[in-house]
Design a protein around this ligand. Sequence first.
Ligand code: FAD
Length: 478
Amino acid sequence: MDDIPASTLTPAGFPVLVDPRRIQALLAELEASEPELTPILSPAELSRLSADFHSYSPVLGPLLKGKRAQVAVKACRVDQVLAVAGACARHRVPLTLRGAGTGNYGQCVPLAGGLVLDLTGLDRLREVDPASGVVEAEAGCLMADLDRLLEPHGRALRLAPSTCRTATLGGFVAGGSGGLGSLRWGFLRDPGHLLGLEVVTVEPVPRLLRLEAAASAPLNHAYGTNGIITALRLATTEAVAWQQLVVSFAGWEAALEAARDLPTTALLLHALCLLEAPVAAAMPWPAGCPAAGPGEHRLLLHAAPDTLEVLPPWLAERGGRICWRGPQPEGGGGRALPLWELTWNHTTLHWRAQRQDWTYLQLLLPRPEAPLLEAVRRRWGEDVLWHLEGVRHQGAPRLAALPLVRWQGEQALADLTDQCRELGAVLFNPHVITVEDGGLGVVDADQVAAKAAYDPAGLMNPGKLRGWPGRSRQPPEC
Ligand SMILES: Cc1cc2nc3c(=O)[nH]c(=O)nc-3n(C[C@H](O)[C@H](O)[C@H](O)COP(=O)(O)OP(=O)(O)OC[C@H]3O[C@@H](n4cnc5c(N)ncnc54)[C@H](O)[C@@H]3O)c2cc1C
């Protein structure tokens, strides 16, 4: 170990790749104990299973280029997860967990080689409590599938990413933050959403633990650095037949005011997204919805059926015209484009599909929002375009922003983020790889303590928890 040059070590002090003999030993052991676990060794498959959607960031792209697991396996049962966790710990092989791999910050890109564990095979709904609506489901359940299974119980997930048709429940809790439903329910880490976890530890003799809500919190948004989540217990909400509405505005100020004021009414809304005219013009709209014309700003809403008497006149008084309305597509979408796939980071996805030299930021805007939006416009002109999302932050309605930003280099990006911070925005930086740097920048001692308890050798997703490196200066033997 001593003669490995520092440049080949990850931030966690791991060698960039594990000695192939240790991987072979691990595989031999798994083959004997779990013959159904087929190791994936093809370079193309390993590249696919080591990638996510960090390509939105021109900063992360070069940083993560070429990072690849040495082997991958797909678990379909909890006992298989236990077998893999134990083998990784005994052979000191870094372990990176993977749901659908739709994260945006390189969360499931293995920095130190080792093994990628695909959890999409763990996809069973275990229980829905008829009295409370609390659901227990396995980590690999696709979120839209889970919502469909909840429907006959009259329940629905409170929060989902706009990737809910492809993303897993475990990946959302470990790597996401909010999205659809955040207008009403805030963010995943708000107390009351995550009620418990089933977790496998990464130790020579792994443990299968059931954690209650408080003990589960440190694993929430920890990028799979401090325990393998095999099942989750979540609070749900009543199922509502949300109506999709597209509202057209000729003026930005009027659209912004409507977006600010709507969440303060008694109208039941699930999501609210405001797109500035050039962004709206670039979106692929659902069938039957007219394309946005020049200068037309668009407000996208998911509204309860009982809002439909009051909402049209309320919007008209503020200069808004409903230009399209439709029910959510049956069965989570099928081939139809759901309106939610124009919101959150899907807006970025569609914009970048034609303009790869653009990136984005994630901000919680100060109140009032207009001074910041105008100051940025004065300095950056059409190189920053506004895409806002309605959220609930610490109990109050707020607007978050995922502005589209023409890439002009790291210094320009830093200047823009400095300006936004100076004007009162909170930045959730999508151009960094650690849990802490993408959040509020501070180490969460509880996350680090959970890692010490459930991953004492520091094998899980090395390099992603900034609070840990000091503890893992004893890297695995090579
Ligand atoms: C177009 C687009 C739109 C998006 N919209 C949103 C949005 O609205 N809201 C939002 O929050 N995010 C959004 N994202 C990011 C991402 O899609 C979500 O966070 C999603 O929920 C991640 O789920 P996944 O199954 O793909 O997780 P992955 O990307 O596979 O994993 C995410 C992280 O969780 C870890 N992990 C996975 N499974 C487990 C487990 N069982 N136990 C412990 N750790 C685990 C991984 O190691 C990784 O660090 C978007 C991304 C894209 C590309």
